[in-house]
Design a protein around this ligand. Structure first.
Ligand code: MLT
Length: 395
């Protein structure tokens, strides 16, 4: 028996586990201190009333023999796939329900989708980036290439600077930098993928945060993308489903490589390896798309944007360079006084009892930067900004 030795090539711990461990150790050593967390992008508002009602109703259905459901379709129930198609129609995108696969979240499918793609493929990953893209490919021993995001390109890496690769990950609005591609910039990536026969894995987990209507919510708003892109999305940040678990993956029928529809392969994979998302959760996700549900989730998003404004104002007052927080829940700031991102993490935790995420955890280009999230409680966010201000002023 041999292990998959590629796991030994991974960094010792997943970024957010390291942050959580360090925070827990600090809290254990200082039990009386109130540690404020602006680190992992986990929501704090409860599920909205429409979603909770749908969960209750669906639970009642499960309690009656006449309406009880066992295994559901591996691809997701028709009612949710259709609701998603209707949502995309709002962006001018026509999808067929058979192109939409309901999942337990974007993170799972970002790794799962690699099952249907040869391990010989090279992978292009932006740097800085959500660390799961890197890990899931290191686990398979894939050849990994990077393209830099930096202050000069607005943390929006361009294909002009990119090596050719078989698989390309794009996340817009971006985690961790908050940068969002416009149509022209995204079209450049689609053209690049089409020219080189590459597949784009497009992570749209933060699309609901887009407030500038000229920005694309979906890669399928871009001509040619149906021939080169899979899109992954999640209800986690849109509707507070981080603990409820639901997402979806779009695999257009027009996506054909080696004469094979990827939709067919993905469907085949799901039928064998996945037994679907719970019925009650899919009913809850469906409720997000009702008129009432949309209004409720948008008021939750406004709450988070108010937190982003609080963070912006604090950083502006300090004269600290930062970006994000406009079409995104993340604020990406420069570390003060040229500190490394882990040094700033330690100082902020020890002196201010505030936790953020070190930019270096998202890649080499993230060194010298730090990520704060707007997903916190309002009063705690205000207090965290006060403490951050005091720490930075005291440096
Ligand atoms: C983050 O903080 O980057 C996210 O919460 C991670 C995730 O969505 O898995």
């Amino acid at each position: 028996m041999k292990i998959n030795s590629h796991y030994l090539e991974l960094q010792n711990n997943y970024l957010f586990s390291t942050v959580a461990k360090k925070t827990a150790a600090f809290q254990a050593a200082n039990p009386s201190l109130d540690v404020l967390r602006l680190s992992i992008g986990d929501v704090t508002l409860p599920l909205c009333p429409s979603v909770v009602r749908a969960l209750h109703n669906a639970t009642d259905e499960m309690a009656s023999a006449a309406t009880f459901r066992g295994y559901g379709p591996e691809q997701g129930y028709g009612f949710l796939r259709e609701a998603l198609c209707k949502y995309y129609k709002g962006f001018g995108v026509d999808l067929e329900p058979t192109e939409v696969f309901v999942s337990d979240g974007a993170k799972s499918d970002l790794g799962n989708v690699l099952d249907i793609l040869s391990n010989e493929n090279s992978v292009l990953i932006p740097d800085p980036v959500y660390p799961a893209y890197l890990d899931v490919n290191v686990m398979l021993g894939r050849r990994i290439l990077t393209v830099a995001g930096n202050r000069e390109n607005g943390f929006k890496p361009s294909p002009e600077d990119a090596p050719v690769a078989d698989i390309i990950y794009i996340c817009s609005p971006n985690n961790p930098t908050g940068a969002a591609y416009n149509r022209t910039e995204l079209k450049a990536w689609v053209d690049f993928a089409l020219a080189h026969g590459s597949l784009i894995l497009y992570d749209a987990a933060y699309e609901a945060f887009i407030r500038d209507n000229t920005l694309p919510h979906s890669i399928y708003e871009i001509e040619g993308s149906r021939n080169c892109a899979i899109e992954l999305c999640s209800f986690s940040k849109t509707a507070g489903f981080t603990g409820t678990r639901c997402g979806y993956t779009v695999v257009p029928h027009t996506l054909v490589f080696d004469g094979t529809e990827l939709n067919h392969l993905w469907n085949r994979r799901q039928c064998t390896k996945f037994n679907g998302v719970p019925y009650i959760v899919q009913r809850a996700a469906e409720a997000v798309f009702s008129e009432q549900g949309q209004s409720e989730i948008h008021s939750a998003l406004s709450y988070y944007f108010d937190n982003a404004t609080t963070i912006h104002e604090g950083l502006n007052a300090l004269g600290i360079w930062h970006t994000g927080g406009v079409s995104s829940p993340y604020i990406w700031m420069e570390c003060p006084k040229g500190l490394s991102s882990w040094d700033f993490f330690d100082i902020l935790l020890e002196r201010g009892n505030v936790v953020g995420t070190p930019g270096a955890g998202f890649g080499k280009q993230g060194e010298g930067y730090f990520r704060l999230t707007a997903f916190g409680d309002r009063e705690k966010t205000k207090e965290a900004v006060k403490r951050l201000t005091a720490v930075i002023q005291g440096l």
